[in-house]
Ligand binder design. Structure first.
Ligand code: PMP
Ligand code: GLN
Length: 383
């Protein structure tokens, strides 16, 4: 690996999913559902394949049907108007959208502020772009991990190019409040910063509401909004993501995307277009289902002796292992499969300030109830 990527190696998700397979453990590590999305959407993908839609290179920005559906979705759920022809870009998952946005917008040496703990691809994408990451740490207050707005303001320098925001936030489950987002928006306007906002868990806010950063005054033109079908429709393997932004920003991000993957896989795009048009009952049902699972796993982890930071959104719960007499999340997660047949993720991998993250461990609850029940029973044997 070259110097830019030397620190990254294999992602924790691959490492921990391999560990789960090897030890036959319940995998609450990598965030993917153990139940696929709606059958009618799978059928739509099969139909597209059979009908020969998308079997050859689709258009660079994505198939028109999907771009229109994305624009409709942004209007329907967030009241944001985007032109499907010039303000929407389909990507190979949110991961490619993040990489393309950073590669296109960051000059070598530019500083990129990211909320720490941060999703692991942020650090790698900033590094590939030659940027300098500047983490601003979310710290536990009462139960939730909160952003310190003064710290965020203080992190901005003359070299800051952009803010990389994620709400609902992986791994903490924090949903930034309207007031926090308004303050971030004011800062971005005042310091003339671009904002890349990862909103892949937009439909998974259980407490409070998800408000897109692009909807705040002065933000529409400086915000690159990223989302994905993976989380909302439980098809993480399809890798269909998207970007909405001004025509200038979209064409910039597209310039990078065209040399990463050129275009994204065709047939799934038609199916995701149908998924985005599912009735409200689908989106409400997904959220209600995962809220119940959040409660099930959070309560179970508490009963097993963990200190639980009950998440307001996403499908992850962050715990503190100190009440179990443990301090090192890495060691804890490496030993957990042997000790009780469960796999989790040490949050320290999402930190530059590893000490801040050391005692935190993340569990995914996007799993069947019987699987969560069994995991809780096993974790209770730790005490
Ligand atoms: N951003 C966040 C915060 C995530 O948790 C994930 C993981 N699913 C991604 C981006 C990547 O999404 P995708 O699978 O669509 O590439
Ligand atoms: N986003 C998922 C998580 O946080 C995993 C994605 C991946 O494996 N890269 O667990």
């Amino acid at each position: 690996l070259n110097r830019r990527l030397a620190e990254f190696g294999t992602t924790i998700f691959a490492e921990m999913s391999a560990l789960a397979l090897r030890t036959g453990s319940i995998n609450l590590g990598q965030g993917f559902p153990d139940t696929d999305g709606p059958e009618e959407i799978t059928e739509a993908a099969v139909r597209a394949l059979r009908d020969g839609r998308g079997n050859q290179y689709p258009p660079g920005p994505g198939v028109p049907e999907l771009r229109i559906a994305i624009a409709e979705h942004q209007r329907r759920f967030h009241g944001l108007a985007y032109d499907p022809d010039t303000e929407v870009l389909v990507t190979a998952g949110a991961t490619e959208a993040i990489a393309a946005a950073l590669l296109a917008l960051v000059e070598p040496g530019d500083e990129v502020i990211a909320l720490e703990p941060y999703y692991d691809s942020y650090a790698a994408s900033i590094a590939m772009a030659g940027g300098v990451r500047v983490p601003v740490t979310l710290r536990p207050h009462e139960l939730a991990f909160r952003l310190d707005l003064d710290e965020l303001r203080a992190a901005v320098t003359d070299r800051t190019r952009l803010l990389l925001i994620n709400t609902p936030h992986n791994p903490t489950g924090t949903v930034l409040t309207r007031a926090e987002l308004a303050a971030i928006a004011e800062l971005a306007v005042e310091r003339d910063l671009l904002v890349v906002t990862d909103e892949v868990y937009e439909h998974l806010a259980f407490d409070g509401e998800h408000v897109p950063l692009a909807s705040f005054p002065g933000m529409r033109g400086r915000t690159v909004t990223i989302s994905s079908a993976g989380k909302t429709f439980s098809f993480t393997g399809w890798k269909v993501g998207w970007v909405t932004a001004s025509p200038e920003l979209i064409s910039t991000v597209r310039s990078a995307k065209q040399f990463l993957t050129y275009v994204s896989a065709g047939p799934f795009q038609y199916a995701v277009a149908e998924a985005l048009r599912l009735p409200d009952a689908y989106f409400d049902g997904l959220r209600d289902d995962l809220r119940a699972k959040r409660d099930l796993l959070s309560d179970g982890l508490s009963a097993a002796g963990f200190a639980v930071h009950r998440p307001a959104g996403t499908y992850f719960v962050t715990t503190d292992i100190r009440p179990l007499g443990e301090e090192d999340g890495f060691a804890f997660c490496r030993a957990l499969p042997e000790r009780c047949g469960v796999v989790a993720i040490p949050n320290a991998v999402f930190y530059d300030h590893r000490d801040e993250g050391a005692p935190f461990v993340r569990f995914a609850f996007c799993k069947r109830v019987d699987v969560l029940d069994e995991a809780v029973a096993r974790l209770k044997s730790l005490a």
